[in-house]
Design a protein around this ligand. Sequence first.
Ligand code: CTP
Ligand code: MG
Length: 228
Amino acid sequence: MVTVILPAAGQGKRMNQVTNKVLLPLLGRPVLVHTVLAVSACPEVDNIVIAAAPQEVGLVHCLLAGLEGVKPWQVVAGGTERQYSIANALTVIPQTVGIILVHDAARPLIRPDMISRMIAAAREFSAAGLAVPLKDTIKRVDSNGFVVETPPRSTMWIMQTPQAFTADILRAAYRQATQDGFLGTDDASLVERLGVRVKLIEGCYSNVKLTTQEDIVTVEALMRKDCE
Ligand code: CTP
Ligand code: MG
C-alpha cells in the first residue's frame, strides 16, 4: 500500500494574501484540488491524507467531496509547523501501508510519472527525494550580510517534493525528531539524522512550490502551456 501525505495546513505568509495559498484559485480551481488530482492520477497511489489547518478542515472536505478521479482521501488537522502537520497525518496511516510519500500541497504541477518514480525509488533505496540541480551560485553569509564562503555549485541540489520513504523509516525519523526536539524544513532531513542515506532523483524545474506572488504567474503560465 502507498499513501501520500499532502501537508496543506500552512498560512502562506510569504504569499501575502488573505487566504491560505493552497486554497487560491489557479485557472479557476483551488491549488489543493490541482494537487490532489495530480497525485490521484498516479496509478501506484492507493490513498491520500491531507493535513489542513484546523479551521479549514471543513472547507477542504467540501472542495474534495464529489470530485471525480480522486483516490480515497481523508483530512486531518495540521499543526503549527509543517513537521507537526505531517506527524499528525502519520497517526492516521495504518501499519499495513508500506510506502509513504510526502508532497507539498503547494506544488500542483507534480507529474504523475514523477510520483511513480519516487515510489520505485522508495522501494529500491528506502528513502528518496525529488531534487533539481542548483542554477544560481549560493553564498554562505554571516549575520552582517558578508560572504563567508562560496560552496561549489556542482555539489548542491534544490530539494523538492515528493519525498518517499518506507513507512518504518519515516515513522522512526519522526519519533526521533520528536524525542530530540529537532525541527527540519523537509522530511529527508529527519531521516538523514537516523544515518539513513537519502537518494536524490532528478525532477523538473516546473515542479514549482507556490511561495511568493510571482510563483502564481509562473505556475498558471505552465498550466496553460500544458493545456495546449
Ligand atoms: N504546511 C503545513 N503545516 C504548517 C506549515 C506548512 O501543512 N504548519 C504546508 C503548507 O501548506 C505547504 C507545505 O507545507 O503546502 C510547504 O510549506 P510552505 O511552502 O512553507 O507553506 P506555508 O508555511 O503555508 O508558507 P509560509 O512559510 O510562506 O507561511
Ligand atoms: Mg512555511
